[in-house]
Design a protein around this ligand. Structure first.
Ligand code: GTP
Length: 282
């Protein structure tokens, strides 16, 4: 899977030297896919840096999975982690304070904190919450932020926002699907049919109660992904000429509901999936 807009390459090259100039690093990942949305490149270049992984969008992630991830990061990877919702000021400030408290500095000197993360994880939203006003542009499409900017906060903290970065080759295939289903990479980067099946299978296997709650007409619950998409398509009027189900439309509807949290609090991966993935990057 290849999805690598030009400005990201430039960012990656600048990132290494930028990290060397700051006191601490706040990596924002998506709580629903905290490993797939972590950047392995950062792991390699940020050793020894004061750092924190923010599992953002915890408000729409499965709380049990989030808890398991927090234990995983704090224990196995030794990259301190906290789960937050970007629009809740208390949660965001608390995480920043705990990171800055690790920085060894004279209080007269500004603490420089850099916010990094792959596209669409909520970096700009976090920055706006910290600043208490709109300083960064947000959006639900990947790669909205294009230029680095600095914002001065209270308590002598300067925060640096960076454009979304992403590694050029997304492996293994499962990671690409997880990223695409969350909206972190463009839908067009993966085979849409495969993506729809992945989403439907995840819901059937792990979140059947969410499916029934959102789509009460699913009774009994279909056993197969294809049948699920077809039933939702029929019930929601995603039809082509002649009354046949429009699979593309039906799949889009399910993925939209899944992404937005309308299907409930759902996580796309748990620490238990790691061995299955055989992820060589981490
Ligand atoms: P790039 O500019 O592409 O790097 O994106 P970004 O990381 O700055 O993400 P941004 O803040 O633009 O947020 C992306 C989308 O996620 C927006 O639609 C936000 O409203 C949404 N979002 C951000 N944080 C949260 C959160 O904690 N919970 C929920 N439910 N949505 C969030």
């Amino acid at each position: 899977i290849q999805w690598f807009p030009g400005h990201m390459l430039e960012t990656k090259n600048q990132l290494k030297s930028a990290i060397a100039r700051v006191d601490a690093l706040l990596e924002v990942v998506d709580a629903r896919l905290p490993l797939a949305s972590s950047n392995p490149f950062l792991e390699r270049i940020a050793t020894g840096k004061n750092r924190m992984k923010l599992l953002n969008k915890a408000d729409i992630a499965d709380p049990e999975a989030t808890q398991a991830w927090l234990e995983y990061f704090n224990r196995d990877i030794k990259w301190p982690a906290a789960a937050i919702c970007a629009t809740r000021p208390q949660e965001v400030s608390h995480a920043l304070e705990s990171l800055v408290s690790q920085v060894d500095r004279n209080k007269a000197r500004k603490a420089k904190v850099m916010v990094v993360g792959i596209p669409n994880t909520g970096k700009s939203t976090i920055l706006n919450t910290l600043a208490g006003r709109k300083v960064a542009k947000t959006g639900n499409v990947p790669a909205v932020t294009r230029h680095q900017q600095r914002t001065s906060l209270k308590d002598n903290i300067d925060i640096y926002d960076t454009p979304g970065i992403l590694w050029p080759v997304i492996e293994p295939r499962h990671r690409g699907l997880v990223l695409a289903v969350s909206g972190a990479i463009s839908d067009t980067a993966v085979d849409y049919h495969e993506l729809a099946h992945f989403a439907a299978q995840l819901l059937l296997e792990r979140y059947p109660a969410c499916l029934i709650e959102r789509y009460p007409f699913l009774n009994p619950l279909p056993g197969q992904a294809q049948a699920l998409i077809e039933t939702v398509g029929k019930a929601r009027g995603c039809l082509k000429k002649g009354g046949h189900v429009d699979f593309q439309k039906a799949s889009q509807l399910i993925i939209r509901d899944l992404r937005s949290g309308r299907l409930g609090r759902i996580s796309f991966e748990t620490p238990k999936d790691i061995n299955v993935d055989d992820d060589t990057d981490q």
